[in-house]
Design a binder for this molecule. Sequence first.
Ligand SMILES: Nc1ncnc2c1ncn2[C@@H]1O[C@H](COP(=O)(O)OP(=O)(O)OP(=O)(O)O)[C@@H](O)[C@H]1O
Ligand SMILES: [Mg+2]
Length: 332
Amino acid sequence: MVGAVNEYLLDIQGLDVSFKGQQGIAHALRGVDLTLRPGEIHALVGESGSGKTVTSMCILGLLAMPPGRINHGHILFLNRDLVQLDESERRRIRGRDIGMVFQEPGKYLNPAFKIGDQISESLTVHLGLERKSANARARELLDLVGLTDTPRILKSYPHELSGGMKQRAMIAMAIACRPALLIADEPTTALDVTLQLQILELLVRLKNRLTMGILFISHDLAVVKEIADRISVIYAGKIIESANKKKLFENPLHPYTILLLLSIPDAAKRGRRLKAIPGSVPDAERIPAGCSFHPRCPLAENECRRIIPPDVNYEDSHRAACLQIGKKWITS
Ligand SMILES: Nc1ncnc2c1ncn2[C@@H]1O[C@H](COP(=O)(O)OP(=O)(O)OP(=O)(O)O)[C@@H](O)[C@H]1O
Ligand SMILES: [Mg+2]
């Protein structure tokens, strides 16, 4: 597959990552497969510690090595394997061909520089624009992300902006060079519900306008329902189910996905107690044998404690890895 023309913008194959810790080896990713088409929003969903950010750091070439290590796998982006690139090539791609948006704009925006200068700098470095056209483009970008009073914002330092404005300014920076891929790691988690919806709408609008692919990372299936075309569910460093959004919500196959869906608060369930999934994601240094979900799974049988379930492709690219699929169980 490597080297062949690929219909995907991003094609992650068998990504296996570990960290060397003081106690032992933390196996953070255990063969992640994930594909993203141009112009598609693919959501990567899972509980805390499941491997979402490690996946995004690998794509961005920001995984600290050591302590991190990519043991196996490929990250094909526009038919180049990002795993094989050297640091200077990675830096060139990051910010130009791959944009990034994080939960905390404060960590990404430099507090010592004005917003306008930060955006212009990116355009000057990556696209070689002259200062004057970079400034004009920065103004257009702020308009594009729905910020008004752009002359003032261009001259503001990050701390002078509200949370929502900072988030929009960070998105403006992320899309400044018209990247083919945007990685958004929990971009709305710190925002209140109204702002959250506005930012999600903005991302969809920008995606359509710029035909970017977006890898949207979240622990929240209710948020993902608003925005995703395709969803992959990650558990203990492995994708356990992947399907288009409609399929995943209407016909979830993996017990973990079913339990995650049952834990979404929605209007119909208001007043009823939410079903939290008992237990938590295993420590990456102590992943259970067999199916890593078996200690929390209501359907687990003896074989689940021994056998790692293969990833099976059901109809229409609906994939799931569970030995008990189809088994009846009671959910209420
Ligand atoms: N630098 C590191 N050293 C050791 N272990 C790490 C390191 N970074 C991540 N890990 C481990 O890798 C696993 C996946 O972490 P990751 O940050 O990707 O989770 P996440 O899904 O993004 O969680 P969250 O929803 O809390 O952001 C965790 O078990 C974590 O402890
Ligand atoms: Mg994370």
